[in-house]
Design a protein around this ligand. Structure first.
Ligand code: DC
Length: 219
């Protein structure tokens, strides 16, 4: 069983997909975390992320992997668990930037498909329904207004003790939307056969119920 959930940053994909996976007995795969782990490794290795060729060469030394501990996804890069280190605004922007490079997307495509072949998955990202799993059993495009998404992301970052303002968070959300939707390779877009779920006016519970119901109907 393959469920593809795509949508812009901050639409609630990971929280909703995680809860739906739990109630449907499936594995939740956060593909953004895999892209983030690559950005983390590039920054740590001092690679110039503006230089596509330098990024392409550096990829040969980067081995991302996932493990599921008590149903919870941990992401590793070259054996190091980086799950707690990849959520900063700097990593978010760099990830959005390097994920536009075809070499990065090609590098991670097979990794994602292999995980989906080996498990019943709810996979979230930007191009899961359009590129990674075009034959997914259910495709959902989860979105919300930029202001709503920025407020949620801002609250999350503040709760973690990050020093950010709402205005900066909104600017980041809009900037990432632009980068993610306007890139040439695998841009963020709703697959023709995806169901649109707009969570702007839904509570978290209602959003989880809406997604879980779509999955249940397909089983
Ligand atoms: O879902 P996220 O915010 O953790 O994703 C971080 C960045 O990674 C996002 O700006 C776009 C990129 N990404 C992607 O291009 N394709 C995916 N399948 C997942 C994430």
């Amino acid at each position: 069983m393959q469920i593809a959930i795509d949508g812009p940053a901050g639409a609630g994909k990971s929280t909703i997909a995680k809860a739906a996976a739990h109630s449907c007995g499936m594995i939740y795969v956060d593909t953004g975390a895999i892209y983030r782990s690559v950005a983390y490794a590039l920054i740590q290795g001092g690679t110039d992320t503006e230089d596509t060729d330098a990024v392409g060469s550096a990829l040969t030394g980067i081995v991302p992997s996932l493990a599921f501990v008590g149903g919870e996804q941990h992401v590793y890069v070259n054996g190091e668990d980086v799950s707690d280190k990849i959520r900063t605004p700097e990593i978010s922007m760099t990830t959005s930037h390097i994920s536009a490079y075809p070499c990065v997307r090609a590098f991670l495509l097979e990794t994602q498909r292999r995980i989906a072949r080996e498990n019943d998955v709810i996979m979230d990202g930007r191009d899961i329904g359009t590129v990674v799993l075009p034959d997914a059993d259910v495709k959902i495009f989860l979105t919300a207004s930029p202001e709503c998404r920025a407020k949620r992301r801002y609250d999350e970052l503040i709760a973690k003790g990050e020093q950010v303002t709402y205005e900066q968070t909104l600017a980041d959300v809009i900037g990432r939307d632009k980068q993610d939707t306007e890139r040439e390779t695998a841009p963020l877009r709703q697959a023709d056969d995806a169901v649109l779920v707009d969570t702007s006016d839904l509570t978290l519970e209602q959003s989880i119920d809406a997604v879980t119901e779509l999955i249940r109907r397909a089983r």
